[in-house]
Design a protein around this ligand. Structure first.
Ligand code: SF4
Length: 394
């Protein structure tokens, strides 16, 4: 893991980044995936039309927040952005191009669902300027896809990946979930083998989270579904780290793996604390300093808003900034810059940090890279929640 070098230029480059996130809260099926707690709706085309118009208006209203910086990444997330028609996507693109500067090599991603992918739709995505696609596959096992009530099959996902690749999308990411109800280690190994044979450059893999209020939560509580044990999930994570590494992927963040040079710039901007503007109902923004903004997750209120869309601003205190700094930086392979830490935070925080750092360096959970950076070792990654919570200021 020593093929990664960092210097001050990387930090300076990060300080020039500016990301734009667009939340598209539409989803096709009347029935949601059982684990889903994202803000999304199955409202029809009239709502999509109105939402697109209001989104374009918000893009215009918030142009000054880009601070004249060209956008380094643009991310259409959801919900299911591939539920928008070519015309709706084009309308949004026109607003972005009209009001923002975009870096010539900007990373421009759209999240898609496999069953929305056709050759024609993909050609249109190319025409619009998208250069990266992130697809929610979750598993290649048809039985498990049915259990979690996804609306695609394993074959549809494989075909969609091939269609995207054939159309020239060579920066392709897929999402997998492990720890699914009834999933065995063998099932997950098969998922990984299938994924790593596909022409993908990026893989995000998360453990299934059982969120309150979801159908999954209810089914687990009622005993209708049983989840694999924590030990099995840890085993799956170990296999995930090994198989991706053996296939030439870098674990550049705890749950994110890429071929060298294909790390997600957009996601990295969240982990590096660079500013981002989030537009759309329910979208979050961060000014890179102390203000976090949350747009209200209310579709009707969003569409009906005359001037500014309903939102709340939160001013982050030093403790929150410190905890977030630790939590986001230590998730990454690049790690945490000690120079940045000492520059940003007062002795009250850095003294405790040094104390905890000494303990974890000694125990082998953290190592030092290039003097200035500290990062989790593989052993530390396996118990990352415990290590990170040790650093948190209470
Ligand atoms: S497709 Fe995505 S947004 Fe829609 S229900 Fe499933 S997880 Fe939620």
């Amino acid at each position: 893991m020593s093929d990664f070098t960092i210097d001050k230029k990387d930090i300076e480059a990060e300080e020039k980044q500016m990301a734009l996130y667009l939340h598209i809260p539409f989803c096709k099926k009347p029935q949601r995936c059982i684990y889903c707690d994202f803000f999304s709706t199955t409202q029809g085309s009239e709502w999509r039309r109105k939402y697109t118009e209001r989104l374009c208006q918000e893009i215009a209203e918030r142009r000054d927040e880009a601070l004249s910086r060209p956008l380094s990444s643009i991310y259409f997330g959801g919900g299911t952005p591939s539920q928008l028609s070519f015309n709706e996507l084009q309308q949004i693109w026109e607003a972005i191009r009209k009001y923002y500067k975009i870096q010539p090599d900007a990373e421009i991603t759209i999240e898609v669902n496999p069953d929305d992918i056709s050759r024609e739709y993909v050609q249109n995505l190319r025409l619009l300027g998208f250069n990266r696609v992130s697809m929610g596959v979750q598993t290649f096992n048809d039985r498990l896809l049915q259990v979690i009530q996804r609306r695609h099959s394993s074959n549809q996902a494989k075909e969609a990946i091939q269609i995207l690749h054939d159309a020239g999308f060579h920066n392709l990411s897929i999402d997998l979930i492990y720890g699914l109800p009834g999933q065995t280690i063998e099932n997950f190994e098969k998922d990984l083998d299938t994924a790593l044979q596909m022409p993908i450059t990026h893989l995000s893999a998360y453990t299934l989270m059982v969120e309150n209020g979801t159908k999954l939560h209810q089914m687990v509580e009622n005993g209708e579904l049983e989840l694999p044990s924590e030990e099995v999930c840890l085993n799956m994570f170990e296999i995930l780290c090994r198989k991706t590494r053996d296939n030439g992927f870098l674990q550049y963040e705890i749950s994110n793996f890429s071929r060298p040079g294909f790390e997600s710039r957009h996601n990295s901007s969240y982990w590096q604390g660079t500013p981002y503007i989030g537009v759309g109902a329910g979208a979050h923004s961060y000014d890179g300093k102390i203000i976090r903004r949350m747009n209200k997750a209310d579709l009707k209120a969003y569409i009906d808003a005359k001037d500014h869309v309903p939102h709340e601003n939160e001013e982050l205190k030093e403790k929150e900034l410190y905890n977030e700094f630790i939590f986001t930086r230590l998730r990454t392979r690049k790690g945490l810059s000690l120079e940045q830490l000492y520059r940003k935070f007062s002795a009250q925080y850095t003294e405790d940090f040094n104390h905890t750092l000494t303990k974890h360096l000694r125990e082998g959970n953290i190592c030092k890279d290039n003097g200035d950076f500290v990062r989790l070792t593989h052993q530390g990654i396996m118990i990352s929640n415990d290590v990170m919570s040790d650093f948190m200021a209470i």
